[in-house]
Ligand binder design. Structure first.
Ligand code: TRP
Length: 490
């Protein structure tokens, strides 16, 4: 889309009596990014949406901080069927690139403008180009041909506004409650969660996915204990319940409810072919349950029930995120939902190897992990157990490699010295192991001290869990209500 075409559009508006100014900016697709770049908010931007109403294209203009109410529009027009135009329809009808709609679309016979648009004197709008935005007097929009003004938005705008009143990206991550958190979770995941929380740029939701924990064999008593320990670990690691929602999955029944609705969007065959499913089948050949097959669907529900855009998880979870995006697309296409297609967020977290010398630290592999509450003695014993060679020098075996990986993480300034000793064949492994163990213990000290403080106040922990669940339910129930309405269930 070149500058000429944009200028032509500006001229066309002027002919209609709509004065305007074209603003140039870098290539930006998302409204939030455009308005932020221009120093405005979503409330200052009036988006044009192409809908199909009983087979006929119509345009709806609404502010970017609110949502269209399908039921209001249907009632207003006396129609049965209303849906967002598909990408193909959009291109065919407007001749513009998908996502670049503008207020005046000549191919469309009816334009309805939401009345809230006029609360602002000026509004921004699309131009057909991702590098240009138009600014005009709101009142002038009434001069668009075949347009009318009325109320067509949802009364409750909590979803698009979010918890903090600003539309900022939502982050969701889950940790299974199959055991206590260990050093690998702490450095690889929780520290990343903390970093995201601290930026203040996101709405962060951190969840103990206890329902996922029952998809493989488990003991109820152990689950009850572990899930609470993980919440305590989150708090001891420094997550702030004032800034993040810290929740149990099973406290928000909308996760499992939505998972059932989502299960209509995926086939059994698709689920059976996922690598994560195949691994579990190998691991537990006698427990290939419906719950296990549904695992990825429930995960999609965890993420989409909050309309999450960013998911900080390991690369091993990418197949599940693909399923999540697939479900989002299907729900949007079939039922006119507005689910985002969430992406994996690669946090800076480190990869922590297993003490066994094979793979990454894992709570399901005995002897592979250091618990966050381990004492100095226990840590020393565990690090000493890393299988190293009897003499140093020569090729590094997996155990020695593991040890040096730990050295990189915890005593980086001394690594060179130890490496030289190894090459010269003068390294005493126990010296290196004890140096690492001391450093790990030191790193965990603040965490352990904070944890001791927190467990003295069990009522506080209860309060965090209860309040988190209440806030989470209020968001989740809106999404489920919307899905039920669109799916014809209510
Ligand atoms: N499947 C994830 C894991 O094994 C845990 C999980 C469940 C999750 N639901 C989620 C992670 C939602 C991120 C978002 O690690």
């Amino acid at each position: 889309m070149d500058d000429n075409k944009i200028a032509e559009y500006g001229e066309k508006l002027k002919q209609l009596g709509i004065k305007n100014e074209v603003l140039k900016h870098p290539h930006l697709v998302k409204p939030i990014e455009v308005v932020t770049y221009l120093g405005q908010t979503l409330a200052d931007s009036a988006a044009t949406l192409l809908f199909i109403a009983d087979g006929q294209p119509i345009t709806l203009i609404r502010r970017d901080d609110v949502k269209i109410s399908f039921s209001k529009v249907k009632k207003l027009l006396g129609i049965k069927d209303l849906r967002i135009a598909s990408q193909e329809e959009f291109v065919k009808i407007t001749g513009l690139p998908v996502g670049a709609a503008r207020h005046y679309l000549p191919g469309v016979k009816q334009t309805i403008i939401d009345k809230k648009v006029f609360e602002k004197e000026y509004v921004l709008g699309g131009t057909g180009s991702f590098q240009h935005t138009i600014r005009l007097k709101s009142e002038d929009l009434k001069k668009l041909p075949n347009s009318s003004v009325t109320d067509i938005i949802e009364d409750d705008i909590a979803i698009s506004q979010g918890l903090s009143g600003n539309k900022i990206k939502r982050v969701f991550s889950g940790i299974r409650a199959t055991g206590r958190l260990h050093l690998g979770n702490y450095l690889g995941a929780v520290k990343g969660f903390l970093e995201l929380e601290k930026t203040g740029q996101y709405e962060t939701i951190y969840c103990v996915v206890d329902v996922h924990s029952i998809t493989t064999p488990y003991k109820p008593e152990a689950l009850r204990k572990n899930k609470r320990e993980i919440i305590i670990d989150y708090l001891a690691a420094g997550l702030d319940p004032q800034k993040s929602l810290i929740i149990y999955q099973s406290d928000i029944p909308q996760h499992t409810e939505l998972a059932f609705y989502f299960s209509t969007a995926e086939t059994v065959a698709r689920m059976q072919h996922l690598p994560t499913f195949k691994d579990k089948v190998k691991q537990y050949p006698h427990n290939v349950t419906m719950a296990l097959l549904n695992y990825p669907i429930l995960m999609a529900a965890d993420i989409l029930v909050y309309k999450t855009e960013l998911v900080p998880v390991g690369i091993d979870q990418e197949p599940h995120l693909e399923v999540t995006r697939e479900i989002a697309r299907k729900m949007n296409q079939e039922y006119g939902m507005n689910f985002p297609e969430p992406i994996r967020f690669a946090t800076k977290g480190s990869y922590v190897p297993s003490l066994s010398g094979e793979g990454k630290m894992s709570k399901t592999v005995e002897g592979s992990f250091i618990n966050l509450t381990d004492s100095a003695d226990v840590i020393r014993k565990k690090v000493r157990s890393v299988p190293t060679a009897t003499t140093s020098g020569g090729e590094m075996n997996p155990g020695v490699k593991t040890l040096f990986a730990f050295a990189d993480l915890f005593i980086s300034s001394e690594v060179e010295k130890y490496k030289k000793d190894f090459e010269n064949g003068t390294l005493q492994f126990v010296t290196l192991k004890d140096a690492i163990a001391d450093a790990v213990y030191k790193e965990l000290q603040p965490f352990q001290k904070k944890r001791e403080e927190i467990i003295k106040d069990q009522a506080y922990i209860d309060k965090v869990i209860k309040e988190g669940a209440e806030k989470a339910r209020s968001i989740a129930s809106q999404t489920v209500a919307e899905v039920k309405e669109k799916m014809g269930l209510s």
